[in-house]
Design a protein around this ligand. Structure first.
Ligand SMILES: Cc1cc2nc3c(=O)[nH]c(=O)nc-3n(C[C@H](O)[C@H](O)[C@H](O)COP(=O)(O)O)c2cc1C
Ligand code: SF4
Length: 518
């Protein structure tokens, strides 16, 4: 058997030098006259170990990382093709603590399989969910998804089954499945990892959604900053079509389903579902007033399911192993697993899939290893640019939609950005207002005008102009934005602002005091 070498080709690993490592390995193989197969897999998500190269040995896979091109010669000298020891030797990937502690359901194949091999996908349980779904009625599929407790992983946490039921129950000569892959939240990369590392799971999830709701056409709206994901998805759709997974007769069933990949418009607000639909229709991405809901009148006015990548990619495992299996993980009304993305100033950055319920402290300190700078953690922002900043005092909060909401926070797309004690929370609050001003679609006044006034008012606090009065004004403005904005861009910007003010009051002291303190 010729040796198999796995070198991640996903954009995270590429950014860390995986291409140079792949070239060095190919060169070394040629020089030594060794025949081997190089598989460009996705990343398993431990970016602090990337580029992480694996070799398939008689005793299973052995990982090495982070590998530099300069390591390659000595890797071969040390017999890495048979798992030989080397300073970069990590052993079996499954035993590396960062992976061993995870519960991989949605990401089970990511980093393991060849992303564009349907054979490899099937060998690892791929298409079992779709096959099971085809044996059920659409209403039964929807009931399974509802029963699993799956909630939208894009941000709002809305029950996926209920959304699907609305589309199933709405008459339409044409219905659509739209996958939201705009992934604009700071510190998030779960959607990208799935699209680049296991694209068929998304295709399978969307196909199941189509069969369950009566939709025959799907679109994946991928942010323009993800060219690799776009390329992999396009190739995977082609492979799926050729194999009869997509097309006029899905896996030889009476159901038709096909899909296309579309590149996003490069605006944060285009991740908001109705702005996304406008953008997909070729218009400028502007938020639509609701009702009508997209489930009733969505893409091109037709009933539309719009779900995040992770929501859709979690459906195959539910349909494969059953709603009860999935529901068994988690806590409260947050069922199943969540791919937590740990980023920012953190020692062990990466994607960690776990059942809901871990505390924020466990995630940051135990899994993330604290800050990369070695300084104390000051704040963590959970849920993207619209998420609250939590201080260490809130680290006992379990990762659960309701628990976060109870502390004026949100889980969002489960991105966590870590800050050390050098962070200035007043600057972060200003940044939140500035971000909103730049990204606002402009449709409603509290967001369009309020965010700009917010920046100006915070600047007055910085300058020491009537700080107490201006702080009260910011609080008042946050209330107006929270309750008066049409969508969550304006409506949630108060979360990072108010959490900064509430949890880090010292950073909002008047300028002379701030300067003196520094
Ligand atoms: C400003 C803004 C940006 C958003 N960006 C995204 C995004 O990038 N990806 C995403 O899935 N949802 C995003 N959402 C949430 C979507 O509007 C919507 O709730 C989601 O796509 C529904 O899918 P789900 O139920 O599977 O989560 C955003 C919402 C707002 C208000
Ligand atoms: S809150 Fe902002 S982004 Fe949302 S509709 Fe209003 S102006 Fe547009």
């Amino acid at each position: 058997m010729i040796p198999r070498i796995y070198i991640p080709g996903d954009s995270g690993a590429l950014a860390l030098g995986a291409e140079k490592v792949a070239k060095a390995i190919a060169g070394e193989l040629a020089e030594r006259g060794i025949e081997a197969k190089i598989v460009r897999n996705g990343s398993r998500g431990a970016y602090f170990l990337e580029p992480m190269v694996e070799v398939a040995t008689a005793n299973g896979r052995v990982a090495y990382g982070p590998v530099k091109p300069s390591d390659v010669k000595s890797l071969f000298d040390g017999g890495f093709l048979t798992g030989g020891h080397h300073k970069r030797w990590l052993g079996s990937p499954d035993k590396i603590p960062f992976f061993a502690k995870q519960t991989r359901l949605t990401f089970a194949r990511c980093g393991v399989t060849d992303p564009l091999s349907l054979e490899s996908y099937k060998k690892h349980g791929g298409l079992n969910g779709l096959t099971n779904a085809l044996a059920l009625t659409p209403a039964d599929i929807v009931a399974q998804v509802t029963e699993s407790g799956l909630r939208g992983r894009g941000g709002a946490g809305f029950p996926t089954g209920i959304k699907w039921k609305t589309v199933l129950d709405t008459a339409g000569d044409r219905k659509y499945i739209v996958c939201n892959a705009d992934e604009g939240d700071s510190g998030t990369f779960a959607d990208r990892m799935i699209m680049e590392g296991d694209p068929f799971v998304l295709i399978e999830g969307m196909t199941i959604a189509g069969i369950a709701t009566g939709a025959t056409k799907g679109f994946v709206y991928v942010r323009s900053e993800y060219p690799h994901a776009v390329a992999v998805m396009n190739k995977a759709v082609e492979v799926a079509r050729k194999a009869g997974v997509l097309g006029a007769s899905v896996l030889d069933s009476p159901y038709a389903f096909d899909m296309e990949i579309r590149v996003g418009a490069g605006a944060y607000v285009c991740g908001e579902e109705t702005a996304l639909l406008d953008s997909l229709e070729g218009k400028r991405g502007m938020v639509r007033a609701k009702p009508p809901l997209p489930a009733h009148k969505g893409l091109f006015g037709k009933p539309t399911v719009i779900n995040n990548v992770i929501s859709l990619a979690s459906v195959p495992v539910i349909m494969d192993k059953g709603a009860a299996f999935y529901k068994d993980f988690g806590m409260g009304r947050s069922r199943g697993t969540i791919p937590i993305q740990i980023a920012g100033n953190v020692k062990y950055a990466g994607l960690f899939e776990a059942a809901f319920g871990m505390t924020l402290g466990e995630i940051i300190d135990d899994i993330g290893g604290g800050t990369a700078t070695g300084r104390p953690v000051k704040a963590v922002q959970v849920g993207g640019p619209l998420g609250a900043y939590f201080p260490r005092a809130l680290f006992d909060t379990p990762f659960d939609y309701e628990a976060f909401a109870a502390k004026d926070g949100l889980i969002g797309h489960a991105g966590i950005v870590v800050f050390d004690d050098t962070a200035d929370m007043l600057k972060q609050a200003r940044f939140a207002m500035e971000f909103c001003a730049i990204e606002s679609c402009g449709k409603c006044t509290p967001c369009r005008i309020g965010s700009t006034r917010g920046v100006e008012t915070i600047d007055r606090i910085v300058a020491g102009i009537e700080p107490e009065k201006n702080l009260a004004l910011v609080t008042d403005l946050c209330n107006t934005m929270k309750f008066g904005s049409l969508c969550a861009l304006g409506g949630f910007t108060p979360y990072p602002v108010m959490s900064s003010i509430t949890h880090f009051p010292d950073d909002f002291k008047p300028a002379p005091v701030r300067v003196a303190a520094e």
